[in-house]
Write a protein that binds this ligand. Structure first.
Ligand code: FUC
Length: 722
């Protein structure tokens, strides 16, 4: 039967995803930070203002923090590059961030001369490059300065400026350097900076680093960054701008071009005009698609192999005391940052989270803090820094379990057994150990957490209430998820059969989801939920998303109760909360409700540069939004037997009548392309990466077939409709 439904393509038509309208476009320079546009190479980030008389790049490097392994501290701004061009008057000004190439562009004319500036942060060459050109010879004149956000000593020597300092709080050493190259004209330097006179082309290179070393065994202390930064500049400045640009675009597009989403044609308006029109009620699905791709752009720019994970603000921050330290909060925020990584084909960008977590676990285990002591496994506080240093506001026992889910998901999507064996399973087993020791039996003979928490309130709705309660749904659901992932990992690896059976018994004894008196999914062990509670956290719905304990297909009653709870929480909330609700409604198969949240997000949370605000600005909302769109179009968390079911367009809203998505990833190792018209699937191609059995579900009908790794399969949608 399967073969009559599915046509095997002998050659996989890996049509390059077509990315239409991938520009953020403005007709004025940024007048404030949230209008500036971000670039980043995973570690080094810049916010570009695009000014005419003064160009300004405020920059960050991921490891500059005031904290230690003992205390969280704040993520710090690093410095600023200023380029002053007195006398330039702009006509026909535009600045754009082109997501297709990962390049920022400013262009304008002044007194009949056309000026162009291109800027990008290169991962392969580890530098930020700003390239300025003029259409007439010798028309670039101005002053280039490097400033430091702390008390660094700044020295100018020839065409180089160096800012070198040490943070008072933790003695972390840091250094930034810029180097200026010119074609035509000349450079004159003094202590205040480098003056360019009469150049036709100028290239500014920026590097920055610290003495932080991403290794807990060395106490996170590495060498002074001077030598490394000097070498970086030496290596980059011998390459032509053309070569550096080519390296950057090739590297960036290898990741970015894996997925395309087309929801319609963009109006010929600036981003601000589109945002405003959207707030007034206009529908602009192309803007919704742009924000989806922006989330992918931001993840590529703030989290690359070898870097630290994206923090609360990605890597972009200008404040000495940013909100919530701009580090890693474990009761939703850092996890949400990584929700889009696997489904939107950015698996590599997930890796920094695992490196950080392994260091983090080691630091928590070594800690002498009485609250962190465990017999087995490890636990953590709510907020932690790059070295695992805590803010001791609140212990967050299931934080390590929630984070461990990412190890499992990375395997579920990629099928990387080596990763599963050497990294994921050890982590899952270790953290499971903590919960095996910690759970107690309730009077009804169920296993419960004795001292749980439902971030971030108490049963009577008191904000921030940290009183421990037994059997809290959040803890119960996360532990269920942890044990399930650990059990599945041991099955795949065919290891620890006895332990597996023991853990299965434990999981089956856990107090499960309960339906309360108003039909809600209970947040607390007792039926005390207030139907008027609008708290931003949806902690008791973890089992719907990102967990998989509750689904409309497998547990319809619980799914119905989850819907009651979700609707009661209301649609109006903070940035990340709105994005979480998008994901939750998508998992409940409610595309139009997810879409309500998209509208809400644009109305309330998306600012000029398309960053999402809590408020204040937090990057998690951007990442959660991108993940939410992916959940609306493709889901693969439900298993039948040993294989995942790929649910095609499970939550397509009426607003997206026609569209096309290419390159989404599904668990089990599949790449999915879909086209729909009039709200109905009309084309679907699935490429099998691992040769797993393929189960495709559309509108409740599932078909199954065997696949061969590397082959593509065309699904006939007419055979998938009831
Ligand atoms: C959680 C949330 C807050 C904020 C902070 C960074 O604690 O409850 O709203 O997002 O993280």
């Amino acid at each position: 039967m399967a073969l009559s439904l599915i046509l095997i393509c002998s050659v996989w038509i890996n049509a390059k995803p077509t990315n239409t309208d991938l520009k953020l476009r403005y007709i004025q320079p940024a007048s404030k930070w949230l209008e500036a546009l971000p670039i980043g190479n995973g570690s080094l980030g810049g916010m570009i203002f695009g000014g005419v008389e003064q160009e300004h790049i405020q920059f960050n490097e991921e490891s500059l923090i005031t904290g230690t392994t003992q205390t969280v501290g704040y993520y710090q701004p690093f410095g600023d590059v200023y380029l002053d061009f007195p006398g330039l008057k702009a006509e026909s000004y535009t600045r754009e961030l082109d997501l297709n190439e990962g390049i920022h562009q400013v262009s304008f004319s002044s007194n009949g001369v056309n000026y162009q500036r291109e800027c990008f942060a290169s991962y392969p060459d580890k530098v930020i490059v700003l390239h300025l050109t003029a259409s007439e010879k010798g028309m670039i004149s101005g002053k280039i300065r490097l400033t430091d956000a702390h008390q660094a000593a700044i020295s100018v020597s020839g065409n180089k400026i160096t800012a070198s300092g040490k943070l008072a709080e933790n003695q972390m050493e840091y250094e930034s350097q810029i180097q200026v190259l010119n074609k035509g004209g000349k450079l004159i330097s003094d202590t205040s900076g480098i003056e360019v006179q009469g150049a036709t082309e100028v290239t500014v290179f920026l590097v920055a680093g610290t003495s932080f070393l991403n290794d807990h065994r060395k106490d996170f202390k590495g060498e002074h960054p001077h030598a490394a930064m000097t070498k970086r500049l030496e290596e980059a400045t011998v390459k032509s701008f053309k070569q550096l640009r080519k390296n950057h675009v090739a590297d960036y597009q290898e990741l970015f071009n894996r997925v395309s989403l087309n929801l319609g044609i963009a109006p010929n308006q600036s981003t601000i005009e589109r945002l405003n029109a959207n707030k007034q009620g206009a529908k602009d699905p192309a803007l919704e698609a742009l924000l989806f791709q922006y989330g992918r752009y931001l993840l590529i720019s703030s989290s690359r192999p070898g870097s630290l994970p994206a923090n609360l603000q990605g890597i972009w921050n200008y404040e000495i005391k940013p909100a919530w330290y701009s580090q890693y909060t474990t009761n939703i925020n850092i996890e949400m940052n990584y929700w889009p990584a696997e489904p939107t084909a950015l698996s590599e960008c997930h890796m920094p989270l695992f490196d950080w977590m392994e260091n983090f676990a080691a630091v928590q285990k070594k800690s002498t803090d009485p609250k962190l002591q465990t017999k087995r496994g490890w636990i953590c506080y709510s907020t932690n820094n790059i070295m695992g240093g805590p803010s001791t506001w609140g212990i967050h026992r299931p934080g390590s379990a929630w984070l461990s889910q990412h190890f499992w998901e990375h395997y579920a999507f990629t099928g990387d057994k080596q990763f599963l064996k050497t990294r994921a399973y050890p982590m899952l087993k270790d953290v499971s150990g903590y919960w095996e020791d910690h759970l107690i039996e309730s009077k009804d003979g169920k296993l419960i957490t004795p001292d749980g928490w439902s971030p971030e309130h108490g049963p009577d709705g008191t904000e921030g209430d940290r009183t421990p309660y037994p059997g809290v749904s959040y803890d119960q659901q996360i532990v269920y998820d942890l044990f399930s992932n650990c059990i599945e990992a041991s099955e795949v690896l065919d290891e620890d059969k006895e332990f597996r059976n023991y853990l299965k018994a434990k999981r089956d004894s856990l107090l499960g989801p309960q339906i309360g008196k108003w039909g809600q999914l209970q947040e607390w062990m007792e039926d005390v939920d207030d139907p008027n509670n609008k708290h931003r956290h949806n902690s008791h719905l973890f089992a719907v998303h990102p967990g998989r304990q509750i689904t409309p297909l497998t547990t319809p009653d619980w799914a119905k109760a989850a819907m009651v709870s979700l609707n009661a929480r209301g649609d109006v909330s903070t940035g990340w909360s709105t994005a979480w609700k998008m994901n939750l409604f998508a998992r409940l198969g409610q595309g139009n409700r997810s879409y309500d949240l998209i509208r809400q997000l644009f109305r309330q949370c998306i600012v000029e540069n398309l960053f999402d605000t809590h408020p204040p600005f937090q990057m998690d909302g951007n990442f959660g939004y991108t993940a939410g769109i992916a959940e609306m179009l493709l889901q693969s968390h439900i298993k039948e037997g040993n294989h995942y079911i790929l649910q095609l367009l499970p939550a397509l809203p009426d607003a997206w009548k026609d569209g096309e998505v290419k390159g989404l990833r599904a668990r089990g190792g599949f790449v999915v392309d879909m086209k729909w018209a009039n709200g109905k699937l009309v084309e679907c191609k699935v490429k099998s990466l691992l040769g797993n059995e393929l189960k495709v579900n559309y509108h409740g009908k599932t078909i199954t077939m065997n696949t061969i790794a590397g082959k593509g399969y065309q699904i006939d949608p007419t055979k998938l409709t009831l």
